[in-house]
Structure formats: structure tokens, C-alpha cells
Design a protein around this ligand. Structure first.
Ligand SMILES: Cc1cc2nc3c(=O)[nH]c(=O)nc-3n(C[C@H](O)[C@H](O)[C@H](O)COP(=O)(O)OP(=O)(O)OC[C@H]3O[C@@H](n4cnc5c(N)ncnc54)[C@H](O)[C@@H]3O)c2cc1C
Length: 570
């Protein structure tokens, strides 16, 4: 099958905060360049940046500082973040928020004196989260999309990237193979520079928050292209995902952290509080601590009818709850629950992957011509991401990548792709049409179970080994399972098959990295290694497609454990 071909100087995969900022910055730096944004969904309507509720961390206030934001990020990340990446995050976040407001047209909430309002978020020593009510992502994405639409930037919507194609010598990237989901045709786009910004997304867990278009395709493609992923064991769970039954897409979606912050209680199936017996901060402990306590109660069988726990707000006064948490009360009402006056079932839900492609502060990767930004990248957050640092990460590094790619392509020619690699990628994608049809739903359920039970909030060596064996079996079975419908036009079963293939590959990487880290740190908790190892010798996991994991030392380029950049501190 010969794919259609086209050329673009710069090709951007993904249209979230990272992809769209990259497009705008590359265009601003070099308007004469051909720039294409290719996206699995519709530009402006998909991905997780649109789902951002809480807001954007940035040190704007006179009493705050980039050093303080940096120290919160490093300490929150349990000394695993790459310090140069974290420094870039906190310093450039200021520029990006000014750009969002003054050039792109975002309106963030303001104080009566006209300054930007910044709210409190967990794990931070200063209230620095800029927001637009609790719909911050919609404001950011609408303005970014309008600006992209207004410029000479090409769009390939409903185009799913399926393989990063190198030159025949393998020394650089030559372009990307896509499926045009609207026709089922293959399309090869040759590009001088490619940005991977498909946004990760831990949707292999039974309960998860990210949008359904995110199935770790970018990370799976990076592995197949020979790149190393770091920190893959670090998957963040949000404690309060809504539990509304198995057959609604609302299950897993977030009930915001502010509910616990305001004084909400978590109750077991026996309707009694359990958090005070797990941590002195009770419901106000950090996300990882609360999620672990909840999972422990669930394992004990202290559960609600749907197998979760309850959140209770009524003791704060239903009127206050309705006033302060209007969006959350409405979300629960949509599912038949009364958040203000009664109990609502909740469950910890997989939210964010701290891990991703190893990259340098200028967004380059080990493969010349391939750049990475946003949730596909690893190393900015280490063992934990602070709420509010996710969208800052995407926009900061998206912009860096756009600037860098525009400069880089000046000295680059289009490269010839490796023809057999394109053929092999097409053969892989075609596989489910040549095999007897099976039930993909059953395989997805098995993946959910494996990741939730064995590679989830509490881990141990035997569970991880069993998890890996189950993933191997799943992988083999997926290879033998076909899709019945052979139409190519919007064949969602075909795309489900491809989604599962990416999710299984990345689940294996999470499991192998989790087995290699024999300690507990941040989001990664090992029941058989409950303590955190020496911070001085902190090392990050670096995994490749063959499953080999290297432990690489963290370079303390700006501050060492026990020290601080804050003058009044140690
Ligand atoms: C419910 C929720 C609330 C959140 N709230 C906050 C918050 O308050 N503050 C915060 O800082 N962070 C928050 N986050 C995290 C934040 O959303 C992410 O960190 C960030 O938006 C990721 O940006 P991105 O550009 O990397 O990816 P995304 O915005 O997810 O974009 C990824 C893009 O890649 C596309 N794509 C995927 N696969 C392919 C493929 N194969 N081919 C082509 N395109 C593809 C997708 O369609 C999408 O357009 C939240 C996340 C969720 C899920």
C-alpha cells in the first residue's frame, strides 16, 4: 500500500498546549516556513489541556520568586526532577502567562486591585496558581486555537500518527506515517523537524481522568524509534475520581482537590472517616498519601456499592458547598448524586504520567530532527507533579520547541525516509484486518485489571512480575485478534486495536521501570520497599523498548538535597 505523501518544514504531532504553542512560536520566528499541526481529534477540541480545571503555576507576586517555585517543584518531585528542565519551567512560565494574557487574549481571574488572582494548590509554599474560574483549560485552548486558525498554519485533523520514520541509515527522523481516520488512507508527511506532543495519558488504568484520544501513542512510537523513556514508574493518581458505575464515561473524572481542602471528609463503606488513622493531615494530605490510604481501605473491603469510598461535604453546610463548588455539584447532579447534601462515591483515578521521552532543555531528543514537549516528555516533575505545573510544562516547552525548531530547520534539508520501515509500519497497522475477529472489549478490561491491581497505587515484586506476564499474554493475544469490520472510514474498532497496542507497550514500560525502582518515592510505592532511598544518590529510570532499565544518577546542577535556593532557608 503506497501512502499519499506531502512535505512540511515543521510537523507537530498533537494540538494541546504544547503543540499549539509550538506552532505559534515557530510561525512567529519564521513565517515563511511550512508548519503543519497533525492531530488525532479536532484542533482545539481534544487532549487534556482543554480539561485543565485548577490552573497554571507561575511566580508573579512580589512576595513569590522563581527560586521558591523551583524549590517546591524539586521537593515535590522528591529530588528526581532534572534541575535544568525544572529551572526552565519556573522561569519561562512567567513569559508564557504574560503572552497568554497580553498577546493571545486570555482573561484570567483578577483581584479587586487589578492584579492577577492566584489561588492555593497543594504542595506549594505560596499561592501561585493563575486560573479562570475552574475552567482554565477552555480559556487557554480557545485562545490558542483561534490564533492558530488565524495564521498560515496547516492542519491535518483526525490524522493519527502511527510511526516515526527515520532515514534508511537511522541517523535522523525523515517524517511521520499517519492514518487519515476519515478515509482510512495512509499518509506520509516528510518533515525537516518533527515535534512529539501527543500528551502521554495513563488511560490503561481502570479509573483514569485523561481524554479518550490519549492512548500513549507518542510514547509507544518513541520506544519503537529506539528512544529512552525516563521516570515511567511515576504515575500520579488523583484521590477523588467520580465513581458513577461502569457504563458511564463520567466514572474516573475528577472531583476537584478543593473539596478536601475545604474540609470534605472521606468515608469508608461503613460511613466512617478513615484518613485520620492513616496520616495526621487526614484528608488534606498530599495526593499520593490519600490515594494510598483509599486503596488500602478498598483492599480491606471497606467499600461502597460500586467498590469505592464516599466523599462527604454536607457537614460544611449544603448552601456553602453549592456556592463554592457549583461546577462539582452540577457534575455530580448530572450523574444523579447530591454532593452538597449527601454522599458521593469516589475512587482514586490515574491522572498524569511524570515519565516520558528523555530530552534536553531545548526540547531536542537523541534522534536528530525529533523534538518533544508537554506530557510526552519526562524529567520535569520527577516523582510527583505539582497541581498547576502540568499546563505550565506544556506551554513553556511547547514554545521552546517552536523557537528551536524554527532555528534548526534553517540548516536542514528534507531527508529520504526508509521505505521498508514505512512498509513494516503499514503491515503492523493492517494486522487486525488479516486475523479472525475477536472481542477487544475483553482485552481492554484485562488491561484495566492488570494495571489497576498489579501496577497501580500499591506495588510489590511478585505483583509486578505477574503484571508483566499478564501484559505479555495480552500482547500476544492482541496480535491474534482481528477486527470484524473491514471498512476503513472511521473504523473505530481498528483505532481501538491500535490504541490497545500503544497502551500495552507503554504499560510494559511502566511495569518494568516500577520493578527496577526498589524503593518508595513520590507516586511510586513499593510495599516490599516502603522507604525512600538516599536522596544524595537519587537515580532515575531510563527504559528502552527491549525492557532494559538503566538507573542514571540525577545531576544536582543547582541545589543538593538538604540545601535550598531560598536565602532564609538552610
Ligand atoms: C481532568 C484534568 C484536569 C487537569 N487539571 C490541571 C490543572 O488544573 N493544572 C495543570 O497544570 N494541569 C492539569 N492537568 C494536566 C494537563 O492537562 C496536562 O499536563 C497538559 O494539558 C498536557 O498538555 P499536552 O499538550 O502535552 O497534551 P494534551 O493537551 O493532552 O494534547 C495532546 C494532543 O495529542 C493528540 N494526539 C494523541 N495521540 C495522537 C496521535 N497518535 N496522533 C496525532 N495526535 C495525537 C491529542 O488528540 C491532543 O490533541 C489536568 C489533566 C486532566 C486530565
Amino acid at each position: 500500500m503506497v501512502p499519499q505523501t506531502r512535505d512540511s518544514d515543521i510537523l507537530i504531532l498533537g494540538a494541546g498546549g504544547a503543540g499549539l504553542f509550538a506552532a505559534l512560536h515557530a510561525h512567529q520566528a519564521a513565517p515563511e516556513l511550512g508548519i503543519t499541526v497533525a492531530v488525532k481529534g479536532l484542533l482545539g477540541k481534544c487532549g487534556c489541556t482543554r480539561m485543565v480545571q485548577g490552573g497554571y503555576n507561575v511566580a508573579l507576586a512580589a512576595e513569590d520568586s522563581v527560586e521558591r517555585h523551583f524549590m517546591d517543584t524539586i521537593e515535590g518531585g522528591k529530588w528526581l526532577p532534572d534541575q535544568e528542565l525544572a529551572w526552565k519551567l519556573v522561569t519561562l512560565a512567567i513569559e508564557r502567562v504574560h503572552e497568554l494574557e497580553n498577546e493571545l487574549g486570555c482573561f484570567f481571574d483578577r483581584n479587586p486591585d487589578g492584579t492577577v488572582h492566584q489561588k492555593a494548590f497543594a504542595g506549594q509554599s505560596f499561592d501561585r496558581t493563575v486560573h479562570k474560574g475552574d475552567l482554565t483549560g477552555i480559556e487557554i485552548m480557545n485562545r490558542l486555537a483561534e490564533q492558530v486558525w488565524a495564521r498560515r498554519i496547516q492542519r491535518l485533523e483526525e490524522h493519527r500518527a502511527v510511526e516515526l520514520i527515520k532515514t534508511s541509515g537511522g541517523d535522523a527522523i525523515a517524517g511521520v506515517l499517519f492514518i487519515d481516520m476519515r478515509t482510512g488512507d495512509y499518509v506520509f508527511v516528510r518533515a525537516r523537524a518533527v515535534l512529539l506532543a501527543t500528551g502521554g495519558g495513563p488511560t490503561m488504568y481502570r479509573y483514569h481522568t485523561p481524554s479518550g484520544d490519549k492512548t500513549c501513542d507518542g510514547l509507544a512510537m518513541a520506544l519503537r524509534a529506539g528512544l529512552a523513556l525516563r521516570d515511567m514508574e511515576m504515575v500520579q493518581f488523583h484521590p477523588t475520581g467520580l465513581l458513577a458505575g461502569a457504563h458511564t464515561r463520567m466514572t474516573g473524572t475528577v472531583l476537584e482537590e478543593g473539596l478536601r481542602g475545604a474540609g470534605g471528609f472521606l468515608l469508608g463503606g461503613n460511613k466512617e472517616r478513615f484518613m485520620p488513622s492513616h496520616d495526621p493531615k487526614a484528608e488534606r494530605a498530599t495526593r499520593d498519601v490519600v490515594s494510598r490510604a483509599m486503596f488500602t481501605e478498598m483492599r480491606k473491603g471497606n467499600t461502597t456499592p460500586h467498590g469505592g469510598l464516599y466523599i462527604s461535604m454536607a457537614h460544611l453546610g449544603p448552601e456553602r458547598v453549592r456556592r463554592e463548588f457549583k461546577g462539582m455539584v452540577e457534575r455530580c447532579a448530572d450523574c444523579g448524586f447530591d454532593l452538597a447534601g449527601a454522599l458521593v462515591e469516589v475512587v482514586p483515578t490515574a491522572h498524569y504520567m511524570m515519565g516520558g521521552v528523555e530530552f534536553a532543555p531545548d526540547c531536542t531528543t537523541a534522534l536528530p530532527g525529533l523534538f518533544v514537549a508537554g506530557e510526552d516528555s519526562g524529567g520535569v516533575h520527577g516523582a510527583n507533579r505539582l497541581g498547576g505545573n502540568g499546563v505550565a510544562n506544556s506551554t513553556v516547552f511547547g514554545a521552546v520547541a517552536g523557537d528551536r525548531m524554527a532555528a534548526w530547520v534553517r540548516n536542514q534539508r528534507f531527508r529520504q525516509p526508509d521505505g521498508p520501515a514505512i512498509d513494516a509500519a503499514i503491515a503492523r497497522c493492517e494486522r487486525p484486518f488479516g486475523t479472525r475477529a475477536g472481542d477487544l472489549e475483553v482485552l481492554r478490561e484485562r488491561l484495566f485489571d492488570t494495571m489497576w491491581e498489579r501496577v497501580g497505587i500499591l506495588r510489590n515484586a511478585s505483583g509486578l512480575a505477574q503484571g508483566l506476564a499478564e501484559l505479555d499474554a495480552l500482547d500476544a493475544e492482541l496480535e491474534r485478534t482481528g477486527v470484524g469490520d473491514t471498512t476503513r472510514v472511521f473504523n473505530l474498532s481498528w483505532h481501538d486495536w491500535l490504541n490497545l497496542q500503544s497502551l500495552v507497550a507503554v504499560s510494559r514500560a511502566i511495569t518494568q521501570a516500577a520493578a527496577a525502582r526498589q524503593e518508595s518515592r513520590g507516586a511510586h510505592y513499593r510495599e516490599d520497599f516502603p522507604h525512600t532511598g538516599s536522596l544524595e544518590t537519587s537515580a532515575y529510570t531510563s527504559i528502552r523498548a527491549d525492557g532494559t532499565v538503566a538507573m542514571k544518577p540525577v545531576a544536582f546542577t543547582r541545589v543538593r538535597p538538604g540545601q535550598s535556593l531560598l536565602k532564609h532557608a538552610a
